[in-house]
Design a protein around this ligand. Structure first.
Ligand SMILES: C[S@@+](CC[C@H](N)C(=O)[O-])C[C@H]1O[C@@H](n2cnc3c(N)ncnc32)[C@H](O)[C@@H]1O
Length: 472
């Protein structure tokens, strides 16, 4: 942790040094207040971290904001109880921000190496920024008690086996989610809950239309950025995540950040389009913000003299983001790539075009990406899976009409639950006698009845599902 804490600032002397200290102190307290607001929107307003990023960007603008928002949502469920236990009575609705202030402090005391006096001072200062100086004593008292509990737990943890890691990870999951994991993955569920509570790796995709992978890897080495190779030439996993903009040739578009599981989409799609296809026409039906789209474009460019790639998405704002990303990568002015804003469940979404290959990266629960998007554990509800399934089937039924005979549709989700994966394919196939399932053999993960599953418990991959369907 490299946060600097300023607890000694005072405005009594008025000298510039103490003014700097005071400003920093106010800044840190304001950050804490903004994190509390973000947390409140997530936990009580049902908003996602992505929503905060899009609509309240100032609340998530610095590394400290992000560390606190991600850390507290990751551990929110297990932190609630000890905080509640120390309160004589619950906060009134209008003072719920104080509860979140305590959660943030509790998170730091338990999970970060920051000195506890600094955490407690900062939290007490934040009461003033929240306009509730009367709560200073209460916040101080609760955090001091939590500090003692955290110190005791740390001593206990040192002598314990990894049972405590599993128990702690379980307590960070809602019961229904833990039960579903145990039900669908009886052999792996404990590894899955532990994986969900860890931080995700940072994986890069080297833009092969701009640079040879070996050249880019040499640039990483020159900059002392250590990484692990993967089974794909263009994919590397950083040993330590870092700000993407500090990567070599970032602004020149030589590299993108994309999870390894997601990078299997373009690689698999390439295996499903016969190499003899003349000028393949490919549709990415849920394309924004374009991770798989641009990878696919990079791979198609390397393999075919010409191709046409159509990017469709129903959300204009997300397509605009896609364009911005494509600009950096040098792809958006490419005449082989077209963007289309339409609803892919709509019969007319693609006009009368037919495609040799369709990638349907369907909207889903994101249950395979909980370590990357910790808010999912707080927001996902069991009945959401059925609602996702309904939309996934609608998308499949409609897009199937747009596939050439002999063409293949690659269905993917970043979910690990059967409701959104094998079950969808099974229901789809029972309604379409002209669909055959393709036996996939990806570089990571393992086969399911009708597709291929990657799990976040394999340390380098997010949870992802792929299934190939050929039209006969
Ligand atoms: C999982 S995300 C796609 C991620 C993208 N493939 C990538 O790799 O960056 C799902 C996308 O589906 C889009 N979507 C949701 N419902 C849709 C619909 N009915 N028609 C078209 N796009 C839709 C969402 O806007 C979202 O961008």
């Amino acid at each position: 942790m490299s946060f600097s804490w300023h607890t000694k600032g005072t405005n009594k002397t008025g000298d510039p040094k103490s003014q700097v200290g005071l400003n920093k102190k106010n800044e840190s307290a304001r950050t804490r207040m903004e994190v509390c607001k973000a947390l409140q929107h997530i936990v009580e307003g049902g908003r996602t971290i992505d929503w905060i990023r899009a609509e309240k960007s100032q609340w998530i603008s610095t590394p400290l904001h992000r560390e606190l928002i991600y850390g507290t949502t990751r551990h929110y469920l297990s932190l609630q109880e000890p905080v509640n236990n120390l309160l004589k009575k619950p906060f009134r609705d209008k003072d719920r921000d104080l509860f979140h202030l305590l959660i943030v402090g509790a998170y730091q005391l338990k999970y970060t190496g920051i000195a506890s006096y600094a955490i407690i001072n900062e939290s007490v200062n934040a009461c003033v920024v929240l306009g509730k100086p009367w709560a200073k004593g209460l916040v101080n008292a609760v955090l001091r008690q939590l500090q003692r509990a955290a110190e005791a737990a740390q001593t206990e943890y040192k002598g314990s086996t990894n049972g405590s890691e599993i128990d702690s990870a379980i307590s960070d999951h809602p019961t229904w989610l833990k039960d579903k994991l145990a039900d669908q993955y009886p052999a792996q569920w404990q590894a899955l809950v532990v994986a969900n509570s860890q931080r995700a790796p940072m994986t890069l995709r080297i833009n092969t239309t701009k640079v040879e992978p070996s050249f880019y890897k040499a640039k990483l080495r020159e900059d002392d950025i250590s990484f692990a190779e993967s089974r794909m030439a263009e994919t590397v996993i950083l040993d330590t995540p870092q700000n993407a903009e500090t990567l070599p040739s970032w602004s020149a578009g030589e590299v993108a950040v994309q999870d390894l599981s997601a990078q299997l989409a373009a690689n698999t799609m390439m295996e499903l389009i016969p190499a003899t296809t003349f000028e393949p026409r490919v549709l990415d039906a849920c394309a924004a913000p374009g991770g798989k789209l641009f990878h696919l474009h990079e791979r198609l460019s390397a393999q075919f003299k010409a191709h046409q790639l159509f990017a469709l998405d129903s959300k204009k704002k997300r397509l605009n983001e896609t364009k911005t990303i494509g600009n950096r990568l040098g792809h958006t002015d490419d005449p082989r790539l077209s963007m289309l804003c339409a609803d892919a469940t709509d019969e007319d979404c693609c006009g009368d075009r037919l495609f040799d290959g369709i990638l349907l990266d369907a909207p889903c629960s994101g249950s395979g990406t909980i370590r990357r998007n910790p808010d999912i554990r707080l927001l996902l509800q069991p009945d959401h899976l059925q609602a996702h399934q309904v939309l996934q089937l609608q998308l499949l039924h409609n897009l199937w009409r747009r596939l050439e005979e002999g063409g293949t549709l690659l269905y993917s989700t970043c979910s690990i639950f059967h409701e959104e994966n094998d079950q969808v394919i099974e229901k789809f196939m029972s309604a379409h006698t002209n669909a055959t399932s393709v036996a996939l053999n990806l570089k990571y993960g393992s086969a399911t009845t009708l597709g291929w599953q990657l799990l976040p418990s394999d340390k380098n991959t997010d949870g992802f599902f792929y299934a190939g369907l050929t039209k006969v």
